[in-house]
Design a protein around this ligand. Structure first.
Ligand code: 5AD
Ligand code: FES
Length: 352
């Protein structure tokens, strides 16, 4: 392998930082040896901070209504072929209850940007879950809202928030989203969330339409600087009812390589092996763990609504009951020598 590539990984291992051009050079020269070397470094850190433990989060996709019209997403408001659903507060709380019984100590409430749920509704759901399971950590993934709303949810008991930045390049952001969405507001939300005291998850799609290696290098610089507690990445996968229907999907290789680089950039960071990764390759999530990821997020949503939460085509795990999904995942994770644990799963070094 070219010594420059080896030297760059060595530098990243020592300094946890590279210049934008250096990241770009690595990405432009991705090859199996380079991926293996990065994965070795990544596993060293994964083992140092998390051993062979993999954290598990229960995902409740509670609404697929969305006010936004992102060009890549299957539940965009412009998709008239999407059957819409909304779970009632009691049903959402029941999903969390079931999750608790199955061993989850953290639940992610995810949905489109659906303002039918007022701040009060969201707070009541949070309080409802906390009332019966005070040891459960609640994560929200409900998109952009104003700072005072985020503060209310925090005060009601939510402690984590997932909001992918999607891309750190404002120009690419404008190509993936309609004009009414702004890169600046997205960034403001992320900073507000961190400031309020949430553990924050950022993230981006890998090889979204028009994304260049330089754009991805910008994402890596952003993660270096913003230091989110979690970074979720998955390949872009086209959805037939979107403007990007004909665009090529991201690759397994690039996603795995980026997982390893992210682990090297911020060794303590939580990195999920995402459903999108499991969708482009039957063993994608296992491979993600071997590349340095340490979190999986199986679905706890009622099976009756699973198929409706389709952000991209061919999404996996839409038919199985929650318990089946977890068993399947346990076996998969065990098959590569790791172990799923019942734990709230804070970032290593996180102080409450
Ligand atoms: N392919 C892959 N990921 C997608 N997301 C949305 N649409 C797609 C797609 N077509 C991701 C976005 C969003 C997260 C919930 O899912 O990054 O933040
Ligand atoms: Fe859901 Fe295997 S993880 S069916």
């Amino acid at each position: 392998m070219e010594t420059k590539l080896v030297d760059l990984l060595d530098k990243l291992n020592r300094e946890h930082s590279l210049e934008l051009e250096e990241y770009q050079f690595l990405l432009e020269n991705i090859n199996p040896d380079l991926m293996n070397l990065a994965a070795e470094y990544a596993r060293k850190y994964q083992n140092q901070y998390y051993g062979n433990k993999v954290y598990i989060r229960g995902l409740v996709e509670f609404t697929n209504y969305c006010r936004n019209n992102c060009y890549y997403c299957g539940i965009r408001r412009g998709n008239n072929n999407c059957e819409r659903y909304r779970l009632k507060a009691d049903d959402i709380i029941a999903c969390a209850d079931e999750g608790y019984k199955l061993g989850f100590r953290t639940v992610v409430l995810q949905g489109g940007e659906d303002f039918t749920y007022s701040d009060e509704d969201i707070c009541n759901i949070i309080k409802g879950i906390k009332a019966s399971h005070n040891d459960m950590v609640i994560t929200l993934s409900i998109g952009e809202r104003e700072r005072d709303s985020y503060q209310k949810y925090f005060d009601a008991g939510a402690r984590r928030f997932l909001l992918r930045h999607e891309t750190a390049n404002p120009e690419l952001y404008a190509k993936l989203h309609p004009k009414e969405l702004s890169f600046e507001h997205r960034m403001k939300c992320l900073h507000d969330l961190k400031d309020i005291g949430y553990q924050v998850g950022a993230g981006f799609m890998v090889q979204s339409p028009g994304q260049t290696p330089k754009d991805i290098a910008m994402d890596l610089k952003f993660i270096e600087e913003f230091k989110p507690d979690m970074c979720g990445i998955g390949p872009f996968i086209s959805h037939k009812e979107t403007p990007f229907a004909k665009e090529a999907s991201g690759t397994l290789e690039m996603t795995l390589f980026l997982i390893s680089l992210l682990r090297m950039i911020y060794p303590q960071m939580l990195i999920p092996a995402t459903t999108a990764l499991g969708t482009i390759d039957p063993r994608g999530r296992e491979k993600g763990i071997q590349a340095g990821a340490n979190v999986v997020m199986p679905n706890l949503s009622p099976t009756s609504v699973r198929k409706m939460y389709t952000l991209y085509d061919n999404k996996i795990c839409t038919g199985e009951e929650a318990a089946e999904c977890i068993n399947c995942l346990k076996n998969r994770i065990a098959s590569v020598g790791y172990e799923i644990v019942t734990d709230v799963g804070n970032r290593a070094g996180f102080i409450d």
